[in-house]
Design a protein around this ligand. Structure first.
Ligand code: 6GU
Length: 283
């Protein structure tokens, strides 16, 4: 039942036979950020439920479809809706699309997510470029690369110290500055948890002490698999709420504010991503 190289190859070929687009850029839309896919010109939409070997998406705010098209002339594929550990998938299943994208010819991944701001300088609506991650499920043995390694995808022990491409982060800073977004642009460390429950106060304090600036439930596993396969990665978090750090606070994290913040920043996120894609050199 587990999907290996053969299934990924078959799915990639099936997709390539169902679209004229030959994507070199892959985009993953975070919760409330599905509008990123609406930027693609001449979109060709394929529902996850129609794609052989593809998992199905279950979360409200995630559409569950691939959108192919061009963005500023560059051929792209966009995931509208991603797969999370908390939906009950084994972690290998949540990252399967990365391998399929690789086999379709994608070289650069751009991933977005909604996250809680652990760094108390961060405000709701800030955009954090991810410069590094802490894979908490990894500490508990949950890693998408666990098990036999297929060398056709990548190496047994892939390096992760360069997971978030330095040039792409630099490009994001340049583009954001040109757009006048510097006031709400940050760069920091993202920590992933399994979810679906949000963090306790003690957990937020611990995560912040460990060096994390934002906390969420996605992206890291996808980046590990994408890096394993040799794709370069850029990721950013939209800060949808400030993590509660003290026992007097009455604030509570909830999914509605995640979607609401997505709406608030949709336009800026779209401009940031599209202007970055416009200036990608390879591709
Ligand atoms: Cl506060 N925590 C987690 N784990 N994920 C989130 C979030 C918080 N806000 C958006 N996504």
């Amino acid at each position: 039942k587990e999907k290996g190289y053969k299934e990924c190859r078959a799915t990639a070929d099936w997709l390539l036979s169902n679209t004229q687009v030959r994507p070199t850029v892959g985009i993953v839309c975070g919760s409330g950020m599905g509008g990123l896919a609406d930027m693609l010109k001449d979109p060709q939409v394929i529902k996850y439920s129609d794609i052989p070997n593809f998992p199905q998406s279950t979360v409200h705010g995630h559409a569950g479809r691939l959108v192919f098209g061009t963005l500023k002339g560059k051929p792209c594929v966009c995931m509208q809706g991603r797969f999370h550990l908390y939906e009950g998938y084994p972690v290998q299943k949540t990252t399967l699309p990365m391998r399929i994208f690789k086999l379709m010819g994608v070289e650069t991944m751009i991933l977005t997510n909604a996250a809680g701001g652990l760094n108390q300088d961060y405000k709701v609506g800030d955009i954090m470029i991810i410069k590094d991650h802490i894979n908490m499920p990894g500490f508990a043995g949950i890693n998408p690369l666990k098990g036999p390694n297929d060398e056709r995808f990548g190496a047994r022990f892939p390096c992760m110290s360069d997971a978030y491409d330095r040039e792409l982060r630099q490009l994001a800073h340049e583009v954001a500055s040109e757009l006048g977004y510097s006031d709400f642009l940050r760069e920091g460390v993202y920590v992933v948890l399994g979810g679906p429950s949000f963090e306790t106060i003690a957990e937020c304090r611990m995560l912040h002490t460990l060096g994390a600036d934002a906390v969420g439930m996605s992206t890291v596993h996808e980046v590990i698999v994408a890096r394993h396969a040799g794709m370069r990665c850029f990721a950013m978090s939209l800060i949808s709420n400030r993590s509660v750090m003290d026992y007097d606070s009455q604030e509570k994290a909830n999914h509605e504010e995640v979607l609401e913040t997505g709406r608030l920043r949709a336009e800026q996120l779209q401009k940031l991503v599209s202007n970055m894609v416009a200036r990608l050199e390879r591709n």
